[in-house]
Design a protein. Structure first.
Length: 202
């Protein structure tokens, strides 16, 4: 019997999984088949993900929001994708990139080639974005120290989602209310986060 699952991951406790849950809710997946994890994508040693792997079997369907929910490491994403599709033999459905849905039959060798390139490109972008975020954080801290700013006990890292949403809000691409909803923060908390990220986003 074919079962349907979903995997939702956010990078930290400060992030809100509501947006991903809203998309998954439309699919009417049984609640106990939805695995939610609040942890970094750097490692694949995740408790909820490992629980999911133990339940998946040949022919099951797994929904993910995007392939970077699997991880942030290029090699790790590709390795995990191959484990899911070739070893466990589940059907993966990627909500933001239906082209990668593994039940979509490639009509030709060229179609398969294009699908493989899309997967590799997105995996590359996931790791590249993470490296860029880390580099900007490091540069921002260095500048702050050069300017004699007391950093106190700063947050050690910011998720790619936090940075992306704050950047969109600062550039007028998101309203304040939308930014607050997506991050699960109140107005004062959002302003504080934006201030902390000011050097990073320059």
């Amino acid at each position: 019997m074919q079962d349907i699952f979903a995997y939702i991951r956010v990078s930290s406790d400060s992030q809100n999984e509501a947006r991903q849950l809203k998309e998954i809710a439309k699919l009417k997946i049984p609640k106990n088949n939805v695995f939610i994890e609040k942890t970094s994508g750097k490692s694949f040693n995740r408790s909820k993900y490992n629980q999911l792997l133990k339940r998946l079997k040949n022919g099951d369907i797994l929904y993910i929001g995007s392939i970077d929910r699997l991880g942030r490491d290029y090699s790790g994403i590709i390795k995990e994708w191959n484990r899911l599709t070739n070893e466990i033999k589940v059907i993966i459905k990627v909500l933001d990139m239906p082209l990668l849905n593994t039940d979509r039959k490639a009509s030709s060798l060229i179609d398969k080639f294009v699908n493989d390139i899309v997967l590799l490109t997105l995996a590359f972008q996931a790791e590249q974005e993470w490296q860029n975020i880390k580099a900007r954080q490091k540069a921002g801290i260095a500048i702050a120290k050069e300017n004699g700013k007391h950093l106190g006990r700063p947050k050690t890292s910011y998720s790619e989602n936090e940075i992306d949403i704050v950047k969109k809000w600062k550039h007028g691409m998101l309203s304040l209310d939308d930014a607050m909803e997506k991050l699960g923060r109140k107005k004062t908390s959002l302003y504080k986060l934006a201030g902390e990220l000011m050097l990073v986003l320059k």
